[in-house]
Design a protein around this ligand. Structure first.
Ligand code: WT7
Length: 642
């Protein structure tokens, strides 16, 4: 594979390559695309337009390839079949009888082929959509790659989602088969995944097969007509399976993410461009070198897991570490112990995890070696300068490259980030755009914001990793990303450039809230609350939270406040209601039961005021004359004071 000859050593070299990627994308990506093995090489590179009348995004359009072949087979053909593809670290620590294990590329291929043949045996064909609701086990990777091998499209649903959220996603894709496990382990918790799937399917008529892999081996309910125990058929399957020849623009996967309206959007990625971008960013942003042990702590159910647990590292022939458990189990040194156990060189994690561990005290870090670490990455939320400094000084002993990487589900891979390997980063900043990303920061009228002034982060022109549409909903794709600023892709984030040209992300400018790196739609949480028979209406806002970055505050108006005798119990009921509807990540941290919400004369809830009050009840609220019910504010302030 083309690796070290591409290495970037200086800012000038980066600038030169970057400029080429912007001024001559056909030349740049035409060359970069060769990092993959194509069945039929492409002759066309870029065919894209952000013009609403003619929106289209196509990369390497006439080339054909298979993503699974690129992630697995070709490394074997290159003589690297005995290299470790996956290190799996179990939830449990047991030095005498460690159940963690390693999988070589040879083994990976066999496991994936057996899985692929199982899917075929169950009737899965090219173009079918397969829902994967699984924890952090290697079988999840086999399932994804098996889909890619046979040309099926995977839709991985984060295993922390509720039955109802899972059901919505199954209905939207009309997926006929779900892959899951009997259960999962997270710290000292056992989660009964299969029963969540059962519940989801009670609400979902479409699915007719559930393929169950074993993990916890605990008793579970079983529907003999629908449920299939993976091992019982996989053992009859061959460990060889032909690859399907796919067009570069054939869908590889759908991944749901929160949208402003509360209904999740099925972000669709295609094969060629996505894979080029995931593998290239993995190599360049992290300065990946052959033999490196790469650990991304994200869950496989998010885009970070797709691109940097699976497709990026495996396409580059790397060793990717998958950790089943949680960072503070059995103790707060777990993450650093894992780094030492396997000699992790590159760690990619999120500010929330760092905040949790930082709070426990430096001792849990400093009592470990961490000498193998070279690059420390972060993603998902703004990383404040003090956290950056802690990551650098305490975790990295001041000798690692820190890269704060900004991107999003829609981007497919890292979009703005320093490149590790030479000093390109700065505390509190995501630094510079990756190749092919041409960011602008504009005011609400679309005019460039001067340096130092916050504006909307938009991207001019397409990059190969970009999502191609919202599944079955091109209109929503157009409206969501291309209609706010003409001829630009709108990220939904705010940002500014400092005097040295470094980019800083300030957070979402729409009604999405970033809670512990998870995208939560306020509308979605309000929708869940409002569907409770006792709730009249609600408003959800974000407020600064020590661990989560942003917490969720809900102001709820009950239909009959007088009948409430125990407010605490009512609030807890509402929390469990949201947990059941939307899953644990969307449960409000604080609920205020109020008599009325501040509204304009036309009846719109003024969230700006609630946001200020949730942050600090003593906030200066500014001009309240547009309110139809000024009284509501004083009552809310009283409630907050209690
Ligand atoms: C949103 C995307 C693909 C990354 C994982 C989350 C926020 C992401 C950063 C960062 C500040 C960040 C943005 C973005 N975000 N990275 N380094 N600094 N904010 O993917 O669920 O699609 O969320 O996460 O608000 O829009 P996602």
């Amino acid at each position: 594979m083309k690796k070290q000859e591409n290495k970037i050593y200086t800012q000038e070299h980066y600038q030169e390559m970057y400029n080429l990627s912007i001024t001559d994308p056909n030349k740049f990506w035409g060359e970069a695309g060769k990092r993959l093995s194509w069945i039929k090489p492409y002759t066309k590179v870029k065919d894209t337009s952000f013009d609403l009348e003619d929106l289209h995004i196509k990369w390497f359009e006439d080339g054909t390839l298979n993503a699974c072949y690129n992630a697995v087979d070709r490394h074997i053909e290159d003589g690297h079949g005995d290299n470790i593809a996956i290190i799996w670290e179990s939830n449990f620590v047991n030095e005498e009888n460690d159940e963690s294990y390693k999988i070589t590329y040879n083994e990976l291929k066999k496991n994936v082929c057996r899985f692929a043949n199982t899917l075929k045996d169950l009737g899965v064909r090219r173009g079918d959509i397969v829902t994967i609701y699984m924890p952090m086990v290697p079988e999840t990777v086999y399932a994804m790659l098996a889909c890619a091998r046979i040309g099926a499209i995977h839709s991985v649903v984060f295993s922390g989602f509720s039955a109802e959220s899972l059901s919505k996603r199954i209905v939207d894709t009309n997926s006929k088969i779900i892959i899951t496990t009997d259960g999962s382990y997270r710290g000292d918790k056992v989660i009964d995944l299969k029963s969540i799937v059962d519940k989801a399917l009670e609400m979902t008529p479409v699915t007719n097969k559930v393929l169950v892999c074993g993990r916890t081996n605990k008793p579970m309910s079983w529907n003999g007509e629908r449920d299939i125990w993976y091992n019982s058929i996989a053992k009859y399957m061959s460990d060889e399976c032909e690859i399907e020849e796919m067009h570069a623009e054939d869908p590889l996967f759908i991944l749901y993410t929160s949208g402003s309206t509360g209904t999740p959007k099925g972000i669709m990625h295609t094969t060629g461009g996505y894979l080029v971008y995931a593998s290239m960013t993995h190599e360049y942003a992290f300065d990946y070198k052959e033999g490196d042990i790469f650990w991304c702590t994200a869950d496989i159910g998010w885009i970070t897991g797709h691109s940097y647990l699976v497709y990026g590292p495996l396409t580059n022939g790397a060793t990717t570490l998958i950790f089943e458990g949680v960072p503070n189990y059995p103790c707060c040194s777990r993450v650093w112990n894992i780094c030492d156990k396997y000699g992790v060189n590159i760690l990619y994690t999120a500010p929330t995890l760092l905040r949790i561990l930082k709070k426990e005290g430096d001792f849990f870090v400093t009592n470990t070696s961490r000498s193998s670490l070279r690059v420390l990455g972060s993603v998902g939320e703004p990383m404040q300068a003090d956290l950056w400094q802690w990551y650098n000084d305490v975790v990295g002993n001041n000798r690692c490259d820190i890269i704060d990487t900004w991107w999003q589900t829609e981007g497919g891979g890292i979009m703005i980030s320093p490149l590790a390997g030479f000093k390109q980063s700065k505390a509190g900043s995501v630094s510079f755009p990756f190749f092919g990303i041409n960011p602008y920061i504009v005011d609400n009228d679309g005019k460039p914001a001067p340096n130092g002034t916050e504006g909307n982060l938009v991207i001019k022109d397409s990059w190969p990793g970009q999502a191609r549409t919202v599944y079955k909903n091109l209109e929503r794709f157009k409206n969501g990303y291309f209609s706010t600023f003409k001829n630009f892709f709108f990220s939904g984030d705010g940002a500014y450039t400092d005097q040295d040209g470094y980019i800083h992300i300030t957070g979402r400018v729409d009604d999405i809230i970033n809670v512990s790196g998870h995208r939560v739609s306020t509308a979605g949480v309000e929708f869940a609350l409002n569907s409770n028979p006792n709730v009249a209406e609600s408003a959800v806002v974000g407020f600064p939270h020590e661990i989560k970055g942003t917490g969720l505050g809900a102001f709820v108006v009950m239909k009959s406040i007088d009948s409430i005798t125990d407010f605490k119990a009512t609030k807890n009921e509402l929390k469990s209601w949201v947990r059941k509807k939307n899953g644990p990540t969307e449960v409000p941290d604080v609920i205020y039961i109020v008599e009325d919400l501040p509204k304009t004369r036309s009846g719109k809830i003024i969230r700006r005021i609630l946001r200020k009050l949730a942050e600090d009840p003593k906030s200066e609220l500014g001009d309240l004359s547009t309110l139809s019910n000024q009284d509501s504010i004083h009552k809310i302030i009283d409630i907050l004071a209690q």
